[in-house]
Design a protein around this ligand. Structure first.
Ligand code: PLP
Length: 436
């Protein structure tokens, strides 16, 4: 079922070619060029338009950062109002930052204080560094298949091919082997694999970092046994538990997925959906841990010219306020749309006799090309990646935009409607019938 890249129109192609002359590979983030050399010129609500005027129903949602919809006036108007008044002060604090901090602390039960960053990568970097400073220990445990950004401590073992899974699988060249050696790899949904690392490295593990739901490989839902087990184990072993909610935070509930799990991690990282597409992320946790940051007189450096920029803060305040005030409508609505999509995809695959599993939670859905049950990364190695690539290509050609990478997830936003989902399912049926 191997297929090449999606055809794009001549206007997209011309912009992309111009980009290649001044940007390495034509894009500012590598996975943006997977599948097709696109150029987009407009985004609104649940839709985007490419330079050739082709319309797409968007479930990529900028890797999940778009939560309410593209260019949503509920966020963009407060941003415009803010720009006319203040930008970046570089000194002291603004009332917007206070409001942002208050909303984060009110939203996430385990967070007493929080710091704003611009990206999720900065947030998880801060979390790992803080954990090492607090515990005085060297090692960090991450899970095969989890992604926490691209800094040295975590840039390994995400979507690894079978021969490199659980072994050293760097995301990047140029990282010192020592950095990789200080990060240990465990199996998601298997507390025993984490216990084995604590046994092998007694009193040397600073933190366990995990995705609340590993959406970077679709949707491996954590069992309660796993999340409770991680909490108990890290507490007993004197390590910190870092819950990475960069995708799940605010998307799956105001309190994040940790609220669903009734979990109290030591530190939480969040980003993406918090500001509906504006560059804001953050780290939060218990007050006494966060006091180790240099902003509070501690010894773990906090710096960043753009941290707390008024534009991002205004967007985050508007998004969180909307979710707080209208969450009783918003969450059930997008969760129902997500469920409609997952149930529809599964029904179609079953009727056509295709070995596929629709998975996800809330507004997130993905289609694995394999039978269930799917609990851990080992199960994912049975996925038919070529089938996904073919599915993706044919969906995009028909105007349905999804993440081009096999195993990744897709997102419904507040701007999607039942009609959008039903239209998507009609197209999916057509495509899957062709592929059956
Ligand atoms: N953590 C998770 C779970 C992510 O999915 C990502 C990005 O996709 C990051 C951290 C890094 O965030 P950013 O891309 O904003 O640096």
């Amino acid at each position: 079922m191997g297929e090449g890249a999606t055809d794009v129109g001549s206007a997209s192609r011309a912009i992309f070619d111009a980009a290649c002359a001044v940007i390495p590979g034509g894009v500012n983030s590598a996975t943006r060029a997977v599948g097709a050399p696109w150029a987009f010129t407009r985004a609104e609500g649940a839709r985007m338009w490419d330079a050739d005027g082709r319309e797409y129903l968007d479930y990529h949602a900028a890797f999940g950062a778009i939560l309410l919809g593209h260019c949503d006036p509920r966020v963009d108007e407060p941003v415009r109002e803010t720009i006319g008044r203040i930008d970046l002060t570089g000194y002291g604090v603004t009332e917007l930052e206070v409001e942002y901090g208050r909303l984060v602390c009110e939203s996430i039960a385990s967070v007493d204080t929080s710091l704003a960053t611009n990206t999720g990568t900065e947030a998880t970097l801060q979390a790992v560094r803080l954990a090492r400073a607090i515990t005085g220990r060297r090692y960090v445990v991450k899970f095969q298949g989890n992604f926490h950004g691209w800094h040295d401590a975590v840039a390994r073992n995400v979507i690894s091919p079978p021969e490199r899974a659980y072994k050293l699988d760097p995301l990047s060249a140029g990282i010192l082997p020592d950095a990789f050696a200080a990060t240990l790899i465990a199996e998601y949904n298997d507390v025993g694999s984490v216990q084995a690392l604590f046994d092998e490295y007694p009193e040397q593990i600073a933190a366990v970092i995990f995705e609340a739901i590993p959406h970077n490989v679709g949707a491996l839902l954590p069992t309660r046994e796993f999340s409770d087990g991680l909490r108990e184990l890290t507490r007993r072993e004197g390590a910190l538990l870092i819950c990475d909610e960069v995708i799940t935070g605010f998307r799956h509930g105001l309190g994040g997925y940790q609220a669903v799990l009734e979990l109290e991690p030591d530190l939480t990282t969040f980003g993406k959906g918090i500001a509906n597409g504006y560059p804001v992320a953050g780290i939060g946790g218990r007050r006494e841990l966060m006091e180790r940051f240099s902003s509070a007189g501690g010894d773990v450096v906090v710096a960043g010219t753009f941290n707390g920029h008024a534009v991002g803060m205004a967007a985050a305040v508007a998004t969180m306020t909307h979710l707080r005030d209208h969450g009783d409508d918003f969450y059930p609505r997008v969760h129902a749309l997500g469920a409609r999509m997952r149930e529809g995809l599964q029904r179609i695959a079953d009727e056509l006799g295709i070995a596929a599993t629709a998975a996800g939670f809330g507004s997130v859905f993905c289609l694995y090309f394999m039978d269930g049950p799917i609990r851990g990364y080992r199960d994912l190695m049975r996925n038919d990646d070529a089938a996904y690539v073919a599915f993706h290509r044919r969906m995009t050609e028909r105007g349905i935009l999804m993440l081009p990478l096999s195993l990744k997830r897709n997102h419904v936003s507040d701007a999607h409607t039942e009609e959008d989902v039903d239209r998507t399912l009609e197209v999916a049926e057509e495509v899957l019938r062709e592929l059956a």
